[in-house]
Write a protein that binds this ligand. Structure first.
Ligand SMILES: C[S@@+](CC[C@H](N)C(=O)[O-])C[C@H]1O[C@@H](n2cnc3c(N)ncnc32)[C@H](O)[C@@H]1O
Length: 214
């Protein structure tokens, strides 16, 4: 693993330092699709589930309730977020500080691959989001699933609303990745994964999942 990009890590910590206490409450209604993704993970007993960019641990806590026999792992670049995640999750997940685009799961978690890998509303904050997406596929075990939910291209929304929303998101360093669906489909196909990409709420969000065929 190379060094964590310090400037980006500091930037995330600056954004989240004051938001951690209110994060889960304020995101509850507008980070749509997260609970459907977690329900559909459907891991077998003992399966390893990794969330990349796990933030406060809200999703992993929900996964622990729905899939109590799964073994949960999370990583995030923000120590502020991970401190909250450790309080929330206690012994229910193994957590590590790492960069989504360049992490070594063997060094962090003592395993090279995972049966389920998911990323929720994090690619839109990761400068090299393609590297993070590649890494999600890299650490998927044979037969694994990779699932992503994030802000979408918003193509079905009225122009002024789309403009205002994008501007507001930018204030929090969130940039919906317009090329995400194509990049996901390309990486999935190249690696022999079956895949599906759905737009939610007029393209407000995008939900993509891929299943390894071998
Ligand atoms: C909007 S939050 C989403 C948190 C959580 N996944 C959720 O659905 O509530 C984005 C998270 O991505 C993390 N993040 C941003 N850039 C990252 C990177 N390069 N590597 C790992 N995590 C990163 C942030 O620190 C933050 O916790």
């Amino acid at each position: 693993m190379t060094d964590i990009p310090a400037r980006h890590a500091e930037h995330m910590d600056r954004i989240y330092r004051w938001q951690v206490p209110i994060y889960d409450l304020t995101r509850k209604y507008y980070l749509i699709g997260r609970d459907a993704l977690i329900a559909e993970l459907d891991p077998a007993p003992g399966a390893a589930v990794l969330e990349i960019g796990c933030g406060t641990g809200r999703n992993l806590a929900h996964a622990a309730r729905l899939h109590p026999q799964a073994v949960l792992f999370g990583l995030d670049i923000s120590r502020e977020m991970l401190a909250r995640a450790s309080e929330t999750l206690r012994a229910n997940a193994v957590l590590a500080v790492a960069d989504a685009g360049d992490f070594d799961p063997a060094a962090l978690f003592g395993r090279r691959t995972f049966d389920r890998v998911f990323v929720s509303y994090a690619l839109s904050m990761i400068p090299d989001w393609r590297a993070a997406l590649r890494r999600a596929f890299d650490v998927a075990a044979p037969g694994a699933r990779v699932a992503i939910v994030d802000f979408g291209p918003m193509a079905g929304m009225p122009g002024p609303m789309r403009w205002a929303l994008r501007r507001w998101l930018r204030a929090f360093s969130v940039e919906p990745r317009r090329e995400f669906a194509d990049a996901f489909a390309g990486m999935a196909t190249q690696r022999g994964f079956r895949h599906r990409v759905d737009m939610l709420a007029g393209g407000y969000a995008v939900y993509a999942r891929a299943i390894a065929t071998s």
